[in-house]
Each structure stands twice: as C-alpha cells, then as structure tokens.
Design a binder for this molecule. Structure first.
Ligand SMILES: Cc1ncc(COP(=O)(O)O)c(C=O)c1O
Length: 181
C-alpha cells in the first residue's frame, strides 16, 4: 500500500496545487507567454487582462478597497521586505514587535533598521521546549498594545477634528455646539 504523504509546510508554499492552478499555468506557458504592459500585441494585452482579473478577484476575496492596491512580488521575502521598509519612517522613531523565532525575511530588515537607529525592535521570547510565547512577556505585550491603541485613537480624533473644521468653516455655528456626527 503506497504511503500517503501529508504536506504540512504551507507557510513556505501550498501543496498540492489545485488542478485549476496547473491548467492556468500550462495555458500561460503554452498559449500566452507574454509580459504584461510590455507591448500592444494580443498576447501582451491578454496577459495584462489576466493580471487585472486576478487583482479584482483578490480584492473581492480580501474585501479590499481598490484592486490596484494588490501587487505581485517575487516571493514572501520580497513582499515582507517591501511592506516593512514601506512602513518605517527613519525619522519617525517607530517601534516594531516580532518574535525571536521569526523568519529571516522579517528579522534581517528589522535588525538592520534597528542598527541604523531607524526604529526600536522588541523581540518576544519564545520557550524553546514548546515554541510558545514566554508568559513573562505577556504584560510587556499588553502595555505595548495599549500604548499603540491610545496613540492611534489620539491620531484619529485629531484627524476627525481637522476634517470637521474644514466642513464647518464659515457656517458661523454657536461656540460649543456639538454636531450629531
Ligand atoms: C514563515 C515564513 N515566512 C517567510 C518565508 C519566506 O518565503 P519565501 O521563501 O517565499 O521568500 C518562509 C519560507 O519558508 C516562511 O516559512
């Protein structure tokens, strides 16, 4: 009796791929094979249409705001580097939290930016025996979350007030009036 293989490394890549994925890849390799946006011939246009359709589908799957916000990267390392570097403002004194057993695609860019003084990094300790977060770290994580929440709330209130002022400017409203929105 053949041994049944159970693949459990889906963080690295998914397996097995559904037949529809194989069909689409074969169709692209044998029937299209062009590069999107690199020409006006039929196959290049078809490739662009396919990309646009995938963006639409991803947007609907993830309930996104705009299909154009979905980008394709070389792999997870490339995507994570892009996201992390895009979020960090070297002058902004940001704070990143990761675990000490995160993948190198996270640890290395964070470590480099920390060395350059661009942000502070907290590496949550993990118990090597079971891979679980060390309970001693929970209080520290809670404090960081509360601080992040308060910061976000303060910023959203300031933004709301400045937008409201734009809307009500020139209306000559009595001082202290609270609008119902
Ligand atoms: C948890 C985790 N994150 C990121 C990566 C990086 O993915 P990629 O090899 O697609 O760059 C891997 C790869 O194994 C991973 O297991």
């Amino acid at each position: 009796m053949p041994v049944r293989r159970l693949y459990m490394d889906n963080a690295a890549t998914s397996f097995p791929k559904p037949a529809t994925v194989l069909d689409a890849m074969v169709h692209f390799a044998t029937g299209c094979g062009a590069s999107a946006g690199r020409g006006g011939y039929a196959e290049a246009v078809e490739c662009g249409r396919l990309l646009s359709e995938v963006r639409q589908r991803l947007c609907s799957l993830f309930n996104g705001a705009d299909p154009r916000n979905f980008i394709f990267t070389l792999n997870c390392t490339d995507g994570l580097n892009l996201a992390i570097k895009g979020l960090v403002d070297p002058a902004g004194k940001g704070h990143a939290i990761c675990s000490c057993i995160d993948h190198n695609s996270i640890l290395r860019p964070l470590g480099t930016m920390e060395d350059r003084g661009w942000l502070a990094v907290t590496r949550v300790r993990v118990d090597p025996r079971d891979g679980l977060v060390d309970p001693a770290e929970i209080d520290m994580l809670e404090d960081l979350l509360v601080a992040a929440f308060n910061d976000a709330r303060g910023k959203s209130e300031a933004l709301m007030q400045s937008e409201m002022q734009k809307l009500t400017a020139g209306l000559n409203l009595p001082a202290g009036l609270k609008l119902p929105f």
